[in-house]
Design a protein around this ligand. Structure first.
Ligand code: GRF
Length: 201
């Protein structure tokens, strides 16, 4: 919402974004650093994880609220899905970013934020969807792979593609060396997509 005085915009609060993670949080760190830039169009208002992810430290250091919604703390998957959606809803984001969140999100989150949830994936979708995009691309023997940012729908990595970047596979690559090079382009791309989606909204 913009605040105007005599027709002039005097305050345009940044768009609230919630980030979901499961791992190291390098994509989260890139988003936090972009959000700190003067005039950034978005602010990270909370980080939610499904495990005590190391990446939560990036948020804690930045003084941003964090929540862990662990499957093991809930009687079943449906209860976890409801708890996850409730935790995100409490933070009132306009955009939800899955940045290395290693679980499929269920109907409660999709119903609450449909069309406003994006995911980053370390392969050129629709090739190599699922939890092992880097390993699968390497095993297949592709020479070019990369990263994709997609809109989330009810399928596994099937949503509309918003952006993609290519990365060359080198003969000496291991899963981890290739993933590191993918992550370097992935985080820049993710920041650009989030800035685009939150600019002028
Ligand atoms: C990213 O490559 C993401 O696409 C994949 O896991 C990685 C997460 O990295 N699902 P990080 O936790 O942001 O460092």
């Amino acid at each position: 919402m913009q605040v105007t005085y005599s027709g002039a915009v005097i305050a345009a609060p940044p768009v609230p974004v919630v980030v979901l993670i499961s791992g190291a949080g390098s994509n989260l760190a890139a988003l936090l650093s972009a959000a700190r830039r003067p005039g950034a169009p978005f602010a990270v208002v909370g980080v939610v994880a499904d495990v005590e992810a190391p990446g939560l430290d990036h948020a804690r250091e930045a003084g941003i609220p964090t929540r862990v919604i662990a499957l093991a703390d809930h009687p079943d998957r449906a209860a976890w899905d409801e708890a996850l959606a409730a935790a995100v809803r409490e933070l009132a984001p306009r955009l939800v970013v899955l940045a290395g969140f290693m679980r499929i999100v269920g109907a409660p989150l999709l119903d609450a934020f449909g069309g406003r949830i994006i995911n980053t994936h370390p392969a050129l979708l629709p090739s190599f969807p699922g939890a092992h995009g880097v390993r699968d691309a390497l095993a297949y023997g592709v020479r070019i792979t990369g990263a994709s940012v997609i809109e989330i729908d009810a399928g596994i990595d099937t949503g509309r593609i918003l952006a993609q970047r290519a990365v060359e596979v080198l003969p000496e690559d291991t899963e981890s060396s290739l993933h590191e090079r993918i992550k370097a382009v992935e985080r820049d791309m993710l920041v650009e997509v989030v800035e685009d989606l939150t600019t002028g909204t």
